[in-house]
Write a protein that binds this ligand. Sequence first.
Ligand code: 26V
Length: 795
Amino acid sequence: MTHADLRSDTLRHLEFSLGKDLPHAHVYDVRMALSLAVRDRIITPWFASTRAAYAARGKRVYYLSMEFLIGRLLEDAIVNLGLMDEARAVCESCGFDFATVLANEPDAALGNGGLGRLAACFLDSMSTLGCPGHGYGIRYEHGLFQQRFEDGVQIEEPEEWLRQKHAWEFERPEVMYGIAFGGHVRDHDGRRVWEPDEQVLAKAHDTPVIGWRGRWANTLRLWGAEAVHGFDLAAFNRGDYMGATAPEALARTISRVLYPDDTSDAGKELRLRQEYFFTAASLRDILRRFCGEHEDLAALPRHVAIQLNDTHPAIAGPELIRLLHDEHGMDFDTAEDTARGCLGYTNHTLMPEALERWPEWLMDRVLPRHLEIIGRIDEGHARAHPHRNAHILSDGNVNMGELSFIMAHKVNGVSALHTDLVKDTVFAELHRLHPDRIVNQTNGVTPRRWIVAANPALRKLVGDTIGPRWVSDLERLSELEPHVDDAGFMDAYAAAKRTNKEALARWLRETQGVTVNPAAMFDIQIKRIHEYKRQHMNILETIALWNAIREDPNGEWTPRVKIFGGKAAPGYVLAKEIIHLINDVGRVINADPVTRDWLQVVYPPNYNVTMAERLIPAADLSEQISTAGKEASGTGNMKFAMNGAPTIGTLDGANVEIRERVGAENFFLFGMTAPEVVARRTVEGHAAQAIDASPRLAQALEQVASGVFSDGDTDRYRGVVDNLRHHDFFVVCSDFDGYWDAQRRVDAAFRDPAGWMRMAALNTARSGWFSSDRTIRGYMAEVWDIAPLIAPASD
Ligand code: 26V
């Protein structure tokens, strides 16, 4: 396809799909027309992939996830199809700036954070590798809330990505399933029969997911909820106009909004309904596809691999048994084994409060037959392992972690450390009973979005230096390594970073009204706000640094811009207090003429995938400072490393593996190890002890407590301060001095620009292993037992 083709297709869509002519077109029209023209180019490989998958009669992967944090799709598609120059030329020839057109697309935020973004990277890699499969999830009308700050306080506003037509989806009204809820289970000739009392329709919406160079495309199928009878005519005829539309509103509630809380298991009925809704619809779809190709349901595990992205779709186990046993007449034990043969379960968190448990009474009310089946699975497991303590049903709850483990043939953690902790802690007993079940699959990220699209300066340099093949074979980044001794290469590497920093500085000036110095160190912490991620430790260190500079304004300081980004769950009071504190500290510090040239704090609101794409390529320092043992993996850490930002971090999650690969000398390590954290917590008064031993920390805490950053209000930060002084479960105080020292090592290293850039370049050259292509290959070989349907890319 030439530029002329793309242009004429875009103009044709502008006219015939959008009903506009160019002189009257808004940026929205051009963005939609270009998207449709690009989408047309995905259709042929998409159909070809579907046909190839059918022809192979082989196995397919079904990735079940409550969240797909896909962000914007236009640039991604353009990059994968190699249409960058053409698309830019089309926009310019239409009189529009390319970046403005791309920025017109809403950021699809159908996820909370790491788990959802991982699912999106996995889709990209599955298509790139030619791993036939589907993503299955929910077509939320409202994605993750939008965040703004009012006097430094987080305010949530509804997200409206579907206000405009979604350019990438195909509605499939013919693919619709009735999903039942509630009712009773009765005995019928010795069979258990579920008689539900409610039904909601699940309608499919398909988005093609194109891989690198357009060689393969899979489908992301998202379910939207609709009423069986959307309109109550009887109510309307009575004059009850509101009541007439009530059934539609009620049914649609299920896919209305993404739950924004990834901190605690709220145990809400609507959430359980969402989980069953999309899982049941997906399984019906999977069985329909299977039955169209094969006869014998016992062969299901040979053709179907279903991956549970955390416990959210855990009801898949009992539901699949229900379908096979109750509806297809397979005997119960065979149905259970068959289901297990299909299912894999990925654990993404050890935080006890995030492990899902549903009250039995609630499960009984919403899914009575499933509760019976779960009881039977639990009894069967008890019979096979009479001395076991792990129960699915305990204390009136259904433990979804245990259910997932028992119903999966493989269970995986998401980093080496996390997998070891899964074995030693939450699932210790189940691991002893099933020693071959747990495997590790360290997370990865897609280089197509996180380097090629997000960092064109680096993409060009890498391509010019080692050729094009690294994009689908990221380990080739190691070929950059010899070039770190080449002054020409290093100048270009530094220039690329500088370009990205200047672009970020411009954006900060235009959107936030803050001026930052692009020569300063850009020190970035972006992720959801959680106590375990310890943004409060970062801001306390910022305060301590401010104090130190004020004490010695003529000392040898390294200029820094501390950049924060992230949302707090709306009900997480302490996380919101941390956001407020960061903003308050920023307000005070940024106004200080003594320190202004050395230290700034910036917190742009509404962090999302698009903002990450802007920040990460411009970062000098990556903050990965969670309490050891708490961050299952992290994936932002990988994106920073490959974009040439060395990490300051703890031995937690994938940081451990990043450090191993980039080299200890290119990583700023501090803090207690996971076992040391556990031991430290048992020391009575550990926080007070640490504060007494650290005058810097004591002073910073006292300033926060005494209202230095809150106009004298001594109440505003009582929650954070009291928690740190008296409780400090995440050992911020005990790790503080180590963190301070590591930051000073960072300062010193940054004062040597050549040494720093070398470190940055080595981070890039040595982070090829963190491609999600490598991760997906691992799942294919060790969990899914499936081979790719295309040969590895040769270019
Ligand atoms: C948990 C919950 C709890 C119930 C209510 C709704 C809800 C929504 C999301 C979650 C997910 C929390 C788990 C999570 O996101 N884990 C992250 O997974 C990343 C990908 O494996 C990993 O890199 C992060 O370290 C891990 O925190």
